[in-house]
Design a protein around this ligand. Structure first.
Ligand code: OAD
Length: 270
């Protein structure tokens, strides 16, 4: 094994409270295209051109068509060994009485962490602290574009005409995907919860993110400033590599099992 993986595993072994902060790279091995990778384009649009409120008010059907394409693509994907290694560590921590010892903070909207967790739990009840903090929302929830109404939705959205697009049952306006768009603020409660978790962990694993989109990209810095060890897992160096204590260059689906398999945080540490 490479020295950096051994060092990272030692850092994991010594940790009592862990934050796993993830981006599109953790889902790449499940077949979900990354944002800034070559598979991120749909027709000739970049995500930034469609994932914004202006695009939705100009042409909601086009934006919905893109999201429906992504929802279909992601529904066909399954959690990979990286997601599973994290979820299984959470289940082991919970079995030792520490359901919040491994917190997942994700920028991904693909729901794969939540699916991995529910598979690892195999139907057992669980503490809400085990749920991933989904900073940028979820493809599988809809929210009203005007009022606060929201609902889960895994079924397909009809996009054949503007009239067919989903409407809010409360106010009648168009529903939209419950994801954070460019130019929009993150939900303050969600961001606060993520800050609290990052500021109180003693190990922050940063996995598969280019760490360029704020405020999410600052969370590992919050952890580092509070004294946590920062371990980065990525295929290549990123904007965050200079602040990482250990950088492991390799695919998340191989690296995370090497770091986490069989391990549970020691409640006496942290
Ligand atoms: P990016 O597409 O910017 O970055 C993906 C990162 O994953 C890159 O650093 C890759 O090197 C790395 N990577 C790719 N495959 C990997 C693998 N198998 N194992 C490990 N690392 C791998 O995606 P994000 O950083 O998630 O925001 O992008 C952050 C945010 O920007 C997204 O949530 C989205 C986007 O604009 C919103 O939609 C608000």
């Amino acid at each position: 094994m490479e020295t950096s993986i051994l060092e990272a595993r030692e850092a994991v072994e010594a940790a009592g409270r862990v934050v796993v902060f993830t981006g599109a790279g953790i889902s790449a091995e499940s077949g979900v295209p990354t944002f800034r990778g070559s598979g991120g384009l749909w027709r000739s649009f970049r995500p930034e051109q469609l994932a914004n409120p202006m695009a939705f008010s100009r042409d909601p059907r086009l934006v919905w068509e893109w999201y429906q394409w992504r929802r279909t693509l992601v529904r066909e994907c399954a959690p990979n060994p990286g997601h599973r290694a994290v979820a299984e560590a959470q289940v082991r921590a919970a079995a030792q009485g520490s359901p919040d010892a491994v917190r997942v903070i994700t920028q991904n909207v693909d729901g794969l962490h939540a699916r991995a967790l529910s598979e690892a739990l195999a139907g057992k009840a669980h503490d809400p602290a085990m749920e991933p903090i989904e900073l940028h929302g979820s493809l599988f929830r809809l929210t009203c574009s005007v009022c606060d109404y929201g609902q889960p939705r895994r079924a397909a959205v009809e996009t054949s005409s503007r009239a067919a697009l989903p409407r809010c049952p409360e106010c009648g306006k168009l529903m939209r995907p419950a994801v954070v768009w460019f130019g929009e603020m993150l939900e303050p409660d969600v961001l606060d919860e993520a800050h609290a978790a990052a500021g109180s962990c003693d190990l922050c694993l940063v996995v598969g993110t280019s760490a360029v989109v704020e405020p999410a990209a600052s969370l590992p810095r919050v952890a580092a400033a509070a004294g946590a060890t920062v371990v980065e897992v990525n295929l290549e160096p990123t904007a965050l590599t200079p602040i990482a204590d250990i950088a492991v260059f390799g695919p998340a689906g191989e690296t995370l099992p090497a770091l986490l398999d069989g391990w549970a945080p020691d409640p006496a540490v942290g």
